[in-house]
Ligand binder design. Structure first.
Ligand code: 5AD
Length: 310
């Protein structure tokens, strides 16, 4: 089966379902090996490192799964100062990591105050990649960030099924708005990242296939996925975690469907599965995101239970 899959970007739904659900361990291994081979051929042998700077855990949203949702009590809230952010960038640059990922809760007013910092990052490091992950923002703010020198943006779509999306998010958050933001980011010329949680409450294999189809339609440059991990003090605290093996298979499928994409082996995967970053690379991922957030604040960026902080 795999030999025929290798040269096509268009696996039929039935093949996707089989790859995701099969109990045949040899098939799963072949899938991952093939993805790794395609990754080596298309992306080369290097694993790319990103510097993740978790700039703030203050968020206006109340996503039911998320540990930094607005209404979760007992989360000490913080925002890094511009100086702290720039120190993280300097440290990453010295380490030979020229891709900065500035991520935080959705907070448009505060996000706007990052514009001068992004300009300074660009001034100091003209050749660096500056990635933002700040949620849904007004389109003119996206444009202003582009103008300030940011060139990549991560905005996971979380699920491509609008009804499932509604069950993961509070009233008022809409899948259609998320999608408009993603399309606008692409239109503005950002290298754009999408992605979803694997095994979020209520998700079916059909939903995962919809995710893949949506990404085929939009053509993300980056794809971030990780297993859902319940967090205490959230509405989903007693829901089961997603499955690491399904996550690995999806990584492999994504490498076959989107050979050129930059795909990280994520922290959520490593949190759920010891050795998960390596396993992710062996299944076709080519990016690792290392945390550069100052140690003092790291624990507060508490998206899910047991989040590893390396
Ligand atoms: N488990 C796994 N991933 C989560 N995220 C948020 N909460 C959780 C959780 N409980 C992911 C979302 C978000 C990214 C920053 O973290 O997909 O886009």
């Amino acid at each position: 089966m795999i030999e025929t899959l290798k040269n096509t970007r268009n696996l039929p739904d039935s093949a996707l379902q089989e790859l995701l659900e099969s109990t045949d361990a040899a098939l799963a291994q072949e899938l991952k090996d093939t993805a790794r081979e395609v990754c080596l051929k298309v992306k080369g042998p290097e694993v790319l490192v990103r510097a993740l700077i978790e700039w703030s855990n203050i968020c206006r949203n109340d996503c039911l799964y998320c540990g930094i949702r607005r209404s979760r009590a007992g989360v000490p809230r913080y925002s890094l100062t511009p100086e702290q952010i720039l120190e993280c960038c300097d440290a990453a640059w010295r380490d030979g990591v020229p891709t900065f990922v500035l991520q935080g809760g959705e907070n448009p007013a505060a996000a706007e105050s990052l514009l001068p910092t992004v300009k300074e990052m660009r001034r100091r490091y003209p050749s660096a990649a500056i990635t933002l992950s700040l949620g849904e923002l007004p389109f003119d703010l996206y444009a202003a960030f582009k103008e300030a020198g940011a060139n990549r943006y991560l905005l996971r779509h979380e699920t491509a099924n609008p009804e499932h999306y509604a069950s993961l998010h509070p009233a008022g958050m809409r899948f259609s708005s998320r999608l408009s933001c993603i399309r606008e980011l692409k239109r503005l010329g950002f290298e754009t990242g999408m992605g979803m949680m694997v095994g979020s409450p209520g998700q079916t294999t059909e939903d995962l296939i919809l995710d893949l189809r949506l990404m085929q339609e939009i053509g993300p440059d980056m794809i971030g996925i990780g297993p859902f991990i319940p967090q205490s003090g959230t509405p989903f605290e007693n829901c089961p975690a997603g499955n690491a093996e399904t996550t690995l298979r999806l990584l492999a499928i994504m490498r076959l469907m989107f050979p050129e994409a930059n795909i990280p082996a994520t922290t959520a995967l490593a949190t759920l599965l010891p050795g998960g970053k390596q396993a992710g690379i062996q299944a076709g991922a080519n990016v690792i995101m290392n945390v550069y957030t100052p140690l003092k604040e790291r624990k507060k960026y508490d998206l899910y239970k047991g989040k590893t902080d390396v």
